[in-house]
Design a protein around this ligand. Structure first.
Ligand SMILES: [Ca+2]
Ligand SMILES: [Ca+2]
Length: 351
């Protein structure tokens, strides 16, 4: 790559990241400070951009060799600097990843966290960043022979570079690893609503309530309330994604009002709390929506925690339920607790 091209590449990376974070809200103002974007900073020991192949041509791999963190810490750290934990969707992706790793300090070897996890449904791996199955559209996966093996029943996150090369292994999410991130794109997470019609949830026997989401122009999200099953947080996350929806976020008072209506319209005999998408896994006290990796209150400052919450009771409450102790108030709760849950449909990653 020539110096000019390299410079243009860096500028493009910065402009992409900047344009992502500076999306105007509906009244045309920038009301909330965007996340800091530091695509090129000294504390990245190695920061080697490579264009990915084919349809996601504006994504690159960034190798973080100087930190060893848990899977969720990696997820959180990527989000905090305007990147996202990496996915690998094709042999071309893998080739680009190999180049990026080779360009990194050769004395520091993996494994590195990438974004795959089967939290929510063991054996069914999804990218935590896109809520798409591993191999989505391509069928590509790169597990080492004999993997994933869910050794001791505790391996639910994917590391690349296990034993050698870039082959994948499922590993305990709490293991400390280096990690690989990619730059954000707008093409990944949005779920089309097909010209304004609502997607039809395919799972039978679930109560669903459809509401236009207020506060976004055009109205971009709706709430679906699933009252008939009680599941843990990651099961809820997985179940919403499996029907083309995502675990709900609540970003404004208008959202909360719509959520209240949706809950009221659901079976009134079945009460909450319900899982919504907030979690502080990765950095305690710093809650993100797991579906967008944006902070609670992003662009709006809105939160709805009950008085005294979040309290991280017993040091193990890292997921957000709505409807505790009453209404739609939020509480942090152990992610393993079984709750009903609320999904939403989205048309835009920015919502
Ligand atoms: Ca394994
Ligand atoms: Ca709590």
């Amino acid at each position: 790559m020539s110096p000019k091209l390299a410079l243009a590449t860096v500028i493009l990376a910065i402009s992409l990241a900047t344009s992502y974070s500076a999306v105007p809200i509906q009244n045309g103002t920038l009301a909330v400070t965007p996340l800091p974007v530091r695509a090129i900073t000294p504390f990245f020991r190695v920061n080697t951009p490579f264009f990915r192949a084919a349809q996601f041509s504006n994504q690159r791999y960034f190798v973080f060799n100087n930190r060893q963190v848990t899977f969720f810490e990696a997820w959180h750290q990527c989000a905090s600097i305007g990147l996202r934990l990496a996915s690998v969707n094709s042999a071309a992706d893998d080739a680009a990843l190999k180049l990026a790793l080779r360009a990194a300090d050769s004395n520091e070897v993996g494994p590195w966290w990438i974004a795959g996890t089967d939290l929510g449904k063991t054996g069914y791996f999804m990218w935590i960043t896109t809520m798409k199955p591993v191999g989505y559209r391509t069928g590509y996966s790169n597990f080492a022979p004999g993997q994933p093996d869910n050794a001791n029943g505790v391996e639910h996150c994917i590391e690349a570079g296990w034993r050698s090369g870039t082959t994948w292994n499922d590993r305990n999410c709490d293991a400390k690893r280096r990690y690989v991130s990619i730059s954000l794109t707008t093409s990944h997470s949005a779920i089309p609503l097909h010209n304004g019609t609502s997607p039809t949830p395919k799972q039978p026997g679930l109560a669903t309530t459809l509401y236009l989401r207020a506060g976004f122009h055009p109205p971009a999200q709706r709430y679906y309330v699933f009252n008939s099953r009680e599941v843990d947080f990651f099961q809820a996350w997985h179940l919403c994604a499996s029907i083309g929806l995502r675990l709900a976020s609540v970003n404004t008072a208008e959202d909360d009002a719509a959520l209240k209506l949706a809950l009221r319209a659901a079976d009134s005999n079945q009460i909450g709390p319900w899982w919504i998408a907030g979690t502080d896994l990765g950095k305690h006290g710093h809650f993100l929506w797991i579906t967008t990796a944006k902070p609670l209150g992003y662009r709006t400052g809105y939160t709805n925690f009950a008085p005294g919450q979040p309290d991280n009771a017993a040091g193990r409450e890292h997921c957000v339920e709505a409807g505790w102790p009453s209404g739609t108030l939020w509480n942090d709760r152990s992610c393993d607790v079984r709750r009903r849950y609320v999904c939403e449909a989205v048309t835009s990653e920015f919502c």
